[in-house]
Design a protein around this ligand. Structure first.
Ligand code: BMA
Length: 363
C-alpha cells in the first residue's frame, strides 16, 4: 500500500469512527433531533404522564387519551420523579417508577422524546415541594452537613433512575431533565422568595455534579422559569451556558374566557424572552408547560393555543396531566369530551408535530 492510499484510508476510517460516535451518542442524537425540529419551525406536542393514566383509566400500558382522541401519540411525553428521593416505588401522582421506566423506553423506541421533571419533598420539613414554611431550605442543603448528605442521597435516587433508562438493546435512553422549575414564582421551596438566586444556582450545580459523579450522562438540561416580565428577570437564576441546553417557560391559562387576553399577552412576552435568550445563548427554545385546566374555553386548542404556537414556534410544548382521581384536573379532551374536534384540528395542523410527524424531519 503506498503512502497516499494509506493516509486516505486512515482518514476514511477516522471520519467513519467519528460519524459512528455522533450517530450512536444518544444525547447528541437527541440534541440533533431537537435542532432539526427547531429548523423546521414546527412545534412538537407533549403531554404529561400520557401513557401512565387518563381521565377514566390507569395502568393500561400503551393507552393514551391523546392517542384515542387524535389518533396519534404526542411527540413528547413528560414524567415526574417526585417521591423517588424517599425510595418510594410510586411517584407523587401514583405512577409506579417501574411503569415510568418502561413507558419512557417504549416512547423512545417508537421515536418519541421524553422530558423529566422532579417535584421532591422538602428535606427540612418533610412536606411536599409546595411547602415553603422554611425559607432557608436551600441554604441548609448547601451549608448544613446533615441536610447536605440527605439531599445528596436524594439526588442519588434520581441518578439510579436516570441510569436505569435503557433501550431493549441496552443502550442509554437520552432524556430532557428539567429540575428546579418555575423558580420565578414563590410556590416551591427552591423558588422566588424562598431562595436567593445564588443559592438557586448552587443547588442546580450541586444536582449536576452529584448526577455526573453517579455516572449520569444521558441528559439534556432544561431551565424553565414560570412567567417573567423581562430578559433580566428570566436570567436571574440562569446557571450558565455550560449547564443548560434548553430554555423554556411554564405559563398556564387561568380564569377561562376572562383570562384569554392575559394568557395570550403573557405567553407572547415570556416566549418572546425565551426565543431571544435561545438565540443569544445558542439554546433550544421550549414552551415547557402550559394548558387550561378543565378546558373551560370552547375550542381552546385552535382558538387560543394554536395561534400562540404558530407565532412563538417553540421546539416543543407540554400540557399537563389528565388526572383520573382529581376531578376537573385535565388538559387534553378525553374520549367523549364535547370539545375533541378542536384538539384534533390542533394536532393535525402543519405547525404541530405529533409522534408520526417526527419521521418528516431529516435527522
Ligand atoms: C401539579 C398538579 C398536581 C401534581 C403535580 C405534579 O400541577 O397536577 O396534582 O401532583 O403537578 O405532577
Amino acid at each position: 500500500m503506498n503512502h497516499t492510499v494509506c493516509i486516505t484510508l486512515s482518514l476514511l476510517a477516522l471520519s467513519a469512527a467519528s460519524c459512528t460516535a455522533a450517530d450512536t451518542d444518544p444525547v447528541r442524537k437527541l440534541r440533533d433531533r431537537l435542532v432539526a425540529v427547531q429548523k423546521s419551525g414546527r412545534t412538537m406536542f407533549g403531554h404529561h404522564d400520557d401513557t401512565a393514566y387518563g381521565f377514566t383509566w390507569r395502568n393500561q400500558p400503551g393507552r393514551s387519551d391523546v392517542l384515542e382522541v387524535a389518533g396519534d401519540y404526542p411527540a413528547v411525553m413528560s414524567w415526574d420523579l417526585g417521591m423517588i428521593e424517599l425510595g418510594d416505588s410510586v411517584n407523587l401522582d401514583s405512577v409506579p417508577f417501574a411503569l415510568m421506566r418502561r413507558e419512557i423506553a417504549a416512547h423512545d423506541a417508537r421515536g418519541g422524546i421524553n422530558t423529566i421533571s422532579w417535584h421532591p419533598r422538602n428535606p427540612i420539613t418533610g412536606g411536599d415541594s409546595w411547602d415553603c414554611t422554611d425559607t432557608l431550605t436551600v441554604r441548609k442543603i448547601l451549608t448544613d452537613s446533615v441536610t447536605n448528605k440527605k439531599f445528596r442521597s436524594w439526588v442519588g435516587q434520581v441518578a439510579g433512575f436516570l441510569n436505569s433508562l435503557k433501550s431493549a438493546d441496552g443502550d442509554d435512553v437520552a432524556v430532557i431533565f428539567r429540575p428546579w422549575h418555575e423558580m420565578s414564582g414563590s410556590w416551591f421551596w427552591w423558588g422566588g422568595r424562598n431562595c436567593s438566586p445564588e443559592d438557586y444556582k448552587a443547588l442546580w450545580n450541586l444536582t449536576a455534579s452529584e448526577l455526573r459523579t453517579a455516572g449520569v450522562d444521558n441528559l439534556l438540561w432544561a431551565y424553565s422559569p414560570d412567567r417573567v416580565n423581562s430578559k433580566e428577570q428570566y436570567l436571574t437564576w440562569y446557571p450558565g451556558d455550560d449547564k443548560v441546553d434548553i430554555v423554556g417557560t411554564d405559563v398556564y391559562h387561568f380564569n377561562a374566557e376572562d383570562g384569554i387576553d392575559e394568557y395570550v399577552s403573557t405567553v407572547r412576552r415570556s416566549m418572546g424572552i425565551v426565543n431571544e435568550v435561545a438565540a443569544e445563548h445558542g439554546k433550544i427554545p421550549a414552551f415547557s408547560e402550559s394548558g387550561l385546566e378543565t378546558l373551560t374555553v370552547t375550542d381552546w386548542y385552535t382558538r387560543v393555543f394554536l395561534p400562540l404556537i404558530r407565532e412563538t414556534h417553540p421546539v416543543y410544548t407540554v400540557v399537563w396531566r389528565n388526572a383520573d382521581n382529581k376531578p376537573g384536573h385535565f388538559y387534553v379532551p378525553y374520549p367523549g369530551h364535547p370539545d375533541t374536534q378542536s384538539f384534533k384540528d390542533f394536532t393535525a395542523d402543519p405547525a404541530v408535530m405529533m409522534l408520526s410527524n417526527l419521521k418528516d424531519i431529516n435527522f
